[in-house]
Ligand binder design. Structure first.
Ligand SMILES: [Zn+2]
Length: 473
């Protein structure tokens, strides 16, 4: 250690210790008359000041502050030419704003510029520490709005951020997640290699999804509502109960770890994202694979294109809703006949009498007449016709409920609908309008999916995010 460095270290040490001593005296002096709350407040404040000092001391001792040290380029590994020996940088840390000085250079081969010390610290060009970014993102996700997030940060972490700044940071991080997801999808599309999954193969693997609505900034009222798609994948333990006599008495499989995919992208892109997520979780290795959803055509397409290996199960509440709507179309809303018919056929559906149900729907559709050319899709005749000739026949395999019960499989997509509601709590908070094309909704959905996933990926993500940058050897 050189004499001057010994001098600096000594100065820092005594500076820090004398600050601590002052803090201690201040507390001892005031404590006899202070309430516990006042004490907590002052200790917290002093701890904050001491923390900032400690951080600054630690940074001032970092080996990469040495401008004579040979440093490599982050992109190509060539030797970096140092342009400035001690360029100052300010970072917002968990202890307030801190400043440090470090060498800054350029790579003459590839043009990369930057400070090796920032790379070694894992902060790069960011002006906010990863620890703070994580807190801001957490507050942005759990609050109902960015304003809520700002309040949570001020109240719980002494971090003063405006709602707008919270939004910028959270959306910036969401953008990273969106990019990572795009890369993973692209790799999967090109290589078609199933990802390596550690751990035992799940007994049962369930994929389920549903759509919600998000209000955007679009010009016209019609185009303002855009659909967000939420997918959930989970492993489960089958709970066979063939004798269950109603939906309320049938639990199906118990879901274990749930993870999420959420996007504003079209169903086709969503299908790829969901498949990549399922692959990561061990979909291919699972002994039984299911896709549970409503029977809409876009879901059928998603199943055929992205989950051909899975058995499709039509969500029971959706199926019965289609029966109920058919009964109203055939017998009139609120009539005794409609109610009786519905109850009878719901029972038959439960018992798996699929042919009987389809024949009856065809009979009723003929009785009230087929829809005429140009008739509204929403008319009773159009609806009954669809149920008789496409919805139930197309979902024939997906409504074999007695078989599903004997296997102990779930028959409801409540998990997906629950997720849509959970995400909507955030997406329909006080920020009612989202920029779908530029930034906003997509980024927040990605951040919410990361946070709500139950496999610890939130923690793992931040751990990886905070690591020193890899500089080529
Ligand atoms: Zn380079």
């Amino acid at each position: 250690m050189t004499a001057s460095l010994i001098g600096v270290v000594y100065e820092q040490k005594t500076g820090y210790l004398s600050q601590c001593e002052k803090n201690l005296e201040k507390i001892l002096e005031g404590s006899p008359t202070m309430s516990l709350e006042d004490l907590e407040e002052i200790v917290m404040q002093k701890k904050f000041e001491e923390g900032r000092l400690l951080l600054e001391i630690a940074l001032s001792r970092h080996p990469d502050r040495d401008a004579t040290k040979v440093q490599k380029c982050l992109s190509c590994g060539r030797i970096l030419r140092i342009q400035k020996d001690a360029q100052p940088k300010t970072v917002r840390s968990q202890f307030g704003e801190i400043e440090y000085k470090r060498p800054y250079g350029v790579c003459d081969r590839c043009g990369q510029t930057g400070a090796p010390m920032d790379w070694a610290l894992g902060i790069g060009n960011a002006k906010v520490s990863v620890g703070v970014t994580q807190k801001v993102c957490h507050a942005a996700v759990i609050g109902r709005s960015f304003g809520d997030g700002a309040e949570i940060l001020a109240e719980h972490s002494r971090l003063e951020y405006s709602a707008k700044h919270v939004r910028t940071i959270a959306e910036g991080e969401g953008q990273k997640l969106v990019k990572e997801r795009e890369t993973a999808v692209e790799r999967f599309r090109q290589l078609k290699t199933p990802s390596v999954v550690s751990g035992p193969a799940p007994m049962l693997f369930v994929v389920t999804c549903d759509g919600g609505r998000v209000q955007t900034r679009a010009e016209t009222q019609d185009s303002r509502w855009k659909e967000d798609k939420i997918g959930v994948v989970y492993d489960a333990v089958p709970q066979p109960k063939p004798e269950a006599d109603s939906y309320d008495r049938y639990e199906g499989a118990r879901s274990q770890t749930k993870t999420y995919v959420a996007t504003m992208e079209p169903w086709e892109s969503f299908g790829w994202m969901l498949r990549v997520e399922a692959e990561k979780r061990g979909y291919l290795q699972a002994k039984a694979k299911l896709l549970i959803a409503d029977g809409a055509q876009h879901i059928r397409t998603l199943k055929n294109d992205h989950f051909p290996e899975a058995e499709m199960i039509l969500d029971w509440p959706h199926a019965t809703e289609h029966l109920s709507a058919s009964s109203k179309a055939a017998f009139g809303e609120g009539t005794q006949a409609a109610r009786e018919w519905y109850e009878e056929y719901r029972e038959l559906l439960w018992k798996g009498k699929r042919d009987e149900i389809i024949r009856e729907l065809e009979r009723l559709s003929k009785k009230i007449g087929f829809p005429e050319k140009g008739e509204s899709d929403a008319s009773g005749r159009a609806m009954l016709y669809r149920n008789a000739y496409s919805y139930f026949p197309n979902n024939y395999d997906a409504i074999d409920y007695p078989r599903f019960r004997s296997k102990g499989w779930p028959i409801g997509s409540g998990v997906a609908e629950g997720a849509v509601k959970q995400f909507a709590l955030r997406m329909k908070g006080t920020e009612k309008f989202w920029n779908v094309s530029e930034s906003g909704a997509e980024e927040m959905l990605a951040l919410c999916a990361l946070y709500h996933s139950e496999d610890d990926r939130w923690k793992c993500y931040w751990k990886a995010r905070a690591k020193p940058y890899d500089v080529p050897a």
